[in-house]
Design a binder for this molecule. Structure first.
Ligand code: CA
Length: 252
């Protein structure tokens, strides 16, 4: 390569994350808009136009991420998410990142979606760049399969173990399946045991500066995390510090 050509070359884009995306959306206009945009960005895209077809596609040929409309004919997005998460728990698989698309102002729907196990949501109508940013953020959190350096790296607190390589959690002998963001949130708290982490810091680190959704999203995630972490009757480890944030420490 000549020096001129070298100098003229554009620097590598800061984020080249791509992958296989399954779009489950019954509105052809939105499905087409999302599909075209993602193809242009180098993603492989499959579209399912109803919930059952989407669920079949996830089972037959799991994508790297699902963009899932909430309101779908047949099986809706909430039910689909529940089934996917239940299967993952039963088979002890790494959870598939799910980005849910919801109608504007349907706040209860969003919380229900996150409760069902979605990792994030986007309110319609949305800008394509916003969708792309959310997809890339979720894909960057996938377990680094080829990253041998992280295999075996673990965080411990009391009877809780977090394996950063396999992205699995355990309390004692009990293995716990967590969604992508639940895992990230727990890892962040565990890196700072006995230290109160402010809500704003947690929101910023887990959802990014571009997050402008409901502030109760954090509460929903903490509640889900606690439910998973305490399902075997174990004592609470994530404590609320009212008006400030959360801390991992032994109760009492
Ligand atoms: Ca729909």
């Amino acid at each position: 390569m000549t020096e001129a050509a070298h100098l003229g070359r554009r620097p590598a884009a800061p984020d080249q994350t791509t992958g296989r995306v399954l779009v489950v959306e019954d509105e052809p206009g939105i499905a087409g808009f999302v599909r075209r945009g993602l193809l242009f960005e180098g993603f492989t895209v499959e579209v399912a136009t109803d919930g059952r077809t989407g669920l079949d596609a996830i089972r037959d040929n799991p994508p790297d991420i699902v963009v899932l409309d909430l309101m779908l004919p047949g099986l809706n997005g909430i039910e689909l998410t529940r089934r996917v998460r239940a299967a993952e728990r039963a088979e002890r698989r790494v959870p598939l990142p799910i980005l849910m698309l919801t109608a504007r102002d349907a706040v209860p729907d969003r919380v229900t979606g996150l409760n069902a196990g979605a990792d994030d949501y986007l309110v319609k109508p949305f800008a394509f760049d916003e969708l792309l940013a959310r997809i890339r953020a979720l894909l960057r959190r996938l377990p680094p399969a080829a990253d041998a350096a992280r295999i075996g790296e673990r965080l411990f607190f009391a009877d809780l173990t977090l394996d950063l390589g396999s992205r699995t959690a355990a309390r004692g002998e009990r293995t716990i399946q967590l969604t992508t963001r639940e895992f990230d949130l727990l890892a962040l708290l565990l890196r700072h045991p006995n230290q109160v982490l402010p809500r704003s810091l947690l929101m910023d680190r887990i959802w990014g500066e571009d997050f402008f959704g409901d502030s109760n999203v954090l509460e929903v995630f903490v509640a889900n995390l606690r439910r998973s972490l305490e399902a075997g009757g174990e004592p609470r480890l994530i404590q609320t510090v009212r008006g400030v944030g959360y801390v991992v420490r032994a109760a009492g």
